[in-house]
Design a protein around this ligand. Structure first.
Ligand SMILES: [Zn+2]
Length: 506
């Protein structure tokens, strides 16, 4: 596998760039990316110094150049409290974002959520087991995959289902690594990429592949959506590196370990998770805890070099963002954001430091519910998948002798009606609230939301026409079939004003 990487096109680009002995700043984007991949590969196979495979393709001068590239001054000392920490503070946050004691005052982490930051250990190349990851996928280098990763920010063409095929079921780690790299966070924050890859690989495994919807493909989709938002509009320029890492990390782990059933189901069945989290945002609390537990594994702890204060800040941020993905908080999230927007306007720099998290929460929530804002060929597929999962829950409810939730009842629920409700009363208000804050992204999304609404309206009319024809054709037998129902807010456990029509969970 390692030899294959060195023979890949990516490695050839890196070696050609090194051959010219140019400084990092003189490389073009593709060359810089290729050299970073080479360095990443080297960190896994034992470094550039005396590597027999590399000896064949680089002379001594080129190898020395590569080593100097590997350890720029800002990364040479990663000991917490050392000089690198002082330097890192210059690039972790932009100039006008408050630091130190004036960090945004996030609420304390909920009790019972475990996962702390292991102490930073020796700097340098960590001793971690090699395992299959997006690294090999990239090394094998299908041109289609390379093209997809180059267009990672593209809202129109990104196809997460195809990405899952191309990466042999590893879309999440592929998207996450590419996004963190693309935004320069790995380099600027000095994140050890081998640990990051191990973490991402574990997270992807912890998503349940048997869920029709809440699997790692959904997490990859949400992570890419967030990346597309960050790339499209200028607000991202005013986010600190820690804030950017916070939203991306939250997107990556926001549904990890999802059991494929709703919070309501977990409460009704008196599940262990419901008891552990006192019936409060059970799944969301569980995702947070599961994500941080994976991060706490020594071989996964890619945040170990962050100053302790920065880690605590990042952890509080990620927890708040993930808890806000609970659909029961949807209306509150939109209202909080809208109120802040009215008060301070669309430029994030004008927002009170402790309110910036409100914007970050809504961004990740919008990414989480962005299916109908995708091109129709993707949004219709996501609509089908989410209902497949709902119906699987309905089957479990029936098997347990529980009343079957309206939206989960495969005999009665109408997929088009549910999707229309979701688009109209959940997705539209959220994206409308974001329109002033992220105008370019919302401008791309809105035509697709219109198209999705039109499509599901047509599907609903067809479904109703078919039902009417069946009723006429079968007479009394048809009359015995229960009528189609739309879910109520109570059934869906959304906290909405009573005058609002029903909406759907995600
Ligand atoms: Zn989700």
């Amino acid at each position: 596998m390692f030899g294959r990487f060195l023979g890949s096109d990516l490695a050839r680009v890196a070696i050609r760039a090194l051959g010219r002995l140019r400084r990092k700043e003189e490389l073009d984007g593709d060359e810089e990316y290729a050299v970073e991949r080479l360095l990443s590969w080297l960190s896994r196979v034992g470094g550039a110094d005396g590597n027999p495979l590399l000896d064949e393709v680089l002379d001594e001068t080129q190898r020395e150049f590569l080593l100097s590239y590997r350890l720029p001054e800002s990364e040479a000392d990663s000991t917490p409290g050392g000089s690198a920490q002082q330097r890192s503070r210059q690039y972790i946050l932009p100039a006008r974002t408050p630091r130190g004691s004036s960090l945004p005052s996030l609420a304390a982490a909920p009790a019972g959520v475990s996962g702390g930051m292991p102490a930073a250990d020796a700097p340098g190349l960590p001793d971690v087991p090699s395992r299959a990851s997006s690294e090999e996928v990239e090394a094998d280098g299908s041109p289609e995959l390379a093209e997809m990763l180059r267009k990672l920010d593209d809202w129109e063409s990104f196809d997460v289902f195809r990405l899952a095929e191309l990466t042999d079921g590893r879309p999440l780690q592929t998207v996450a690594l590419a996004l963190l790299r693309k935004r320069g966070l790995i380099a600027r924050l000095g994140l050890p990429e081998d640990r990051l890859r191990c973490f991402l690989s574990d997270v992807e495994e912890a998503y349940h592949g048997h869920n029709a919807y809440h699997n790692s493909c959904h997490a990859a989709d949400v992570t890419q959506a967030l990346g597309a938002m960050l790339a499209a509009d200028s607000f991202a320029e005013h986010l600190s590196d820690l804030e950017q890492l916070g939203v991306i990390l939250a997107a990556i782990i926001h549904d990890v370990g999802h059991p494929g059933v709703s919070n309501d189901f977990l409460i009704r069945t008196q599940s262990e998770a419901a008891v552990a989290y006192n019936d409060q945002s059970i799944n969301e609390n569980m995702h947070c805890a599961a994500g941080f537990k994976l991060l706490a594994k020594k071989e996964n702890c890619f945040l170990c070099r962050l100053p302790a204060e920065d880690f605590r800040y990042l952890r509080r941020l990620v927890i708040r963002i993930i808890l806000s993905t609970d659909m029961a908080r949807h209306h509150d999230s939109v209202e909080d954001f809208t109120a802040s927007l009215r008060l301070w306007g669309p430029h994030l720099l004008a927002w009170a430091p402790d309110k910036r998290v409100v914007a970050l929460q809504l961004l990740v929530h919008a990414a989480d519910i962005s299916n109908p804002a995708r091109p129709l060929r993707f949004s219709s597929e996501w609509g089908r998948k989410v209902h497949e999962e709902f119906f699987a829950q309905g089957d479990k409810e029936a098997a347990l002798g529980l009343p079957v939730s309206a939206i989960c009842d495969r005999r009665r629920a109408s997929v088009p009606q549910s999707q229309l409700t979701f688009v109209e009363y959940v997705v539209r208000p959220c994206f409308s609230a974001l329109a002033e804050f992220a105008p370019t992204f919302v401008g791309k999304a809105q035509p697709h939301i219109e198209a999705a609404q039109h499509y599901w309206q047509q599907q609903l009319e067809r479904e109703q026409a078919a039902a009417a024809a069946a009723e006429q054709g079968t007479g009394a037998a048809a009359e015995e079939e229960p009528p189609e129902v739309a879910p109520t807010l109570q059934q869906l456990h959304l906290h909405a004003p009573p005058q609002q029509p029903p909406a759907l969970p995600q």
